[in-house]
Design a protein around this ligand. Structure first.
Ligand SMILES: Nc1nc2c(c(=O)[nH]1)N[C@H]1C(S)=C(S)[C@@H](COP(=O)(O)O)O[C@H]1N2
Ligand SMILES: [Mo]
Length: 315
């Protein structure tokens, strides 16, 4: 995501990944030189917070035929404005973020509102490994083996009532551990929303891990959303609240600049961002751009949710 007062493209956005990667390795190598006894880990991995292995089952909803993006790229090229607006900042600034104990409150228009610890949440359904393409509105993309289960499992558990039409999500905001809204450049806490039928779609993933382990803090630990047919900013990180509501809830980037970031935010190569094209994207680690696909390539599964809607108007 780009903030209006910042230059549109940063060094890391315009630099081919190979050059950018080398610069990062150089920077990461400095502290690594003084750390002993972790010889099997790459220099950049040594700096990361500890994660725990998760046992998963394979998912039929996994995207096939895509090369998985190297984990090290995914964990060092992040958008998480609470921990910095630069792509390399979250890996460093979120390192000591406290993600345990952690409670998520599920509330609003449902029969069984509750507060669940992450451990309790994770027991609601078998953990699946799901490979998804993830497309940032800034025109870069990644392919990640996420771990979690459909958000519908949680929604079924709390039983939305007939008033519930949307789901509102909220990220933790802890000013002691995170930047101020002025430093982050956006209002905090970060909030997002989905229409209830979108939230119930099996592809909408409640995510606890990636690459075989729990999430590292910069990728949204301990629990986040991953919504593969929408631009990345809909995939809210480090969730503390899920609220069933009757009208469309506010969403951070939509509130910040509604003419640039719509509520729906479906990946749409035919609807350019006012300041850049959405027709192509750069996969992290690759040099040549590739065409961006409608609904990020998930149209067969999700297009029916938007039947009869003008997706240029409802961007
Ligand atoms: N709380 C919060 N969630 C967030 C963001 C953020 O700044 N804060 N950035 C979003 C954006 S723009 C993207 S592209 C994805 C990036 O996820 P990743 O860093 O795991 O690739 O997280 C999304 N979720
Ligand atoms: Mo993004």
């Amino acid at each position: 995501m780009l903030i209006k007062k910042a230059p549109d493209l940063r060094y890391s956005d315009v630099t081919p990944k190979s050059l950018y990667f080398n610069r990062r390795q150089f920077l990461a190598g400095v502290p690594a030189a003084v750390v002993g006894g972790a010889g099997l880990l790459s220099p950049s991995r040594r700096a990361l917070a500890a994660t725990t292995k998760l046992t998963t089952v394979k998912s039929p909803l996994s995207t096939t035929g895509e090369k998985i993006t190297p984990e090290d790229d995914v964990t060092h090229y992040n958008n998480y404005y609470e921990f910095g607006t630069g792509k390399e900042e979250p890996a460093q600034l979120a390192k000591n973020f406290r993600t345990s104990p952690w409670t998520v409150s599920i509330e609003g228009d449902c029969a069984k509102p509750c507060k669940l610890s992450v451990e309790e949440l994770m027991k609601l359904a078998p953990l699946e490994e799901r490979i998804y393409r993830h497309r940032c509105v800034e025109a870069w993309s990644i392919v990640v083996p996420w771990i979690g289960f459909s958000l519908s499992k949680l929604l079924d558990y709390v039983q939305p009532n007939s008033k519930a039409k949307f789901v509102a999500f909220e990220t933790l905001y802890d000013p002691k551990q995170m930047l101020s809204p002025a430093q982050a450049g956006i209002p905090l806490p970060y909030v997002e929303g989905l229409r209830l039928d979108e939230a119930m779609h099996p592809l909408a993933l409640l995510c606890f891990g990636m690459y075989g382990t729990t999430l590292p803090p910069q990728d949204g630990a301990p629990v986040r959303m991953v919504i593969p047919w929408k631009y990345g900013f809909k995939s809210i990180k480090s969730i503390v609240k899920v609220r069933l509501v009757s009208s469309q809830p506010p969403a951070t980037w939509n509130e910040y600049a509604g003419n640039e970031y719509g509520f729906y935010s479906n990946v749409n190569p035919n609807r350019d961002h006012p300041r850049w094209s959405q027709k192509t994207e750069r996969r992290l680690g690759e040099f040549f751009k590739r065409p961006t696909l409608m609904f990020n390539g998930y149209g067969d599964q999700v297009a029916s949710l938007y039947k009869g809607m003008d997706l240029i108007k409802y961007y």
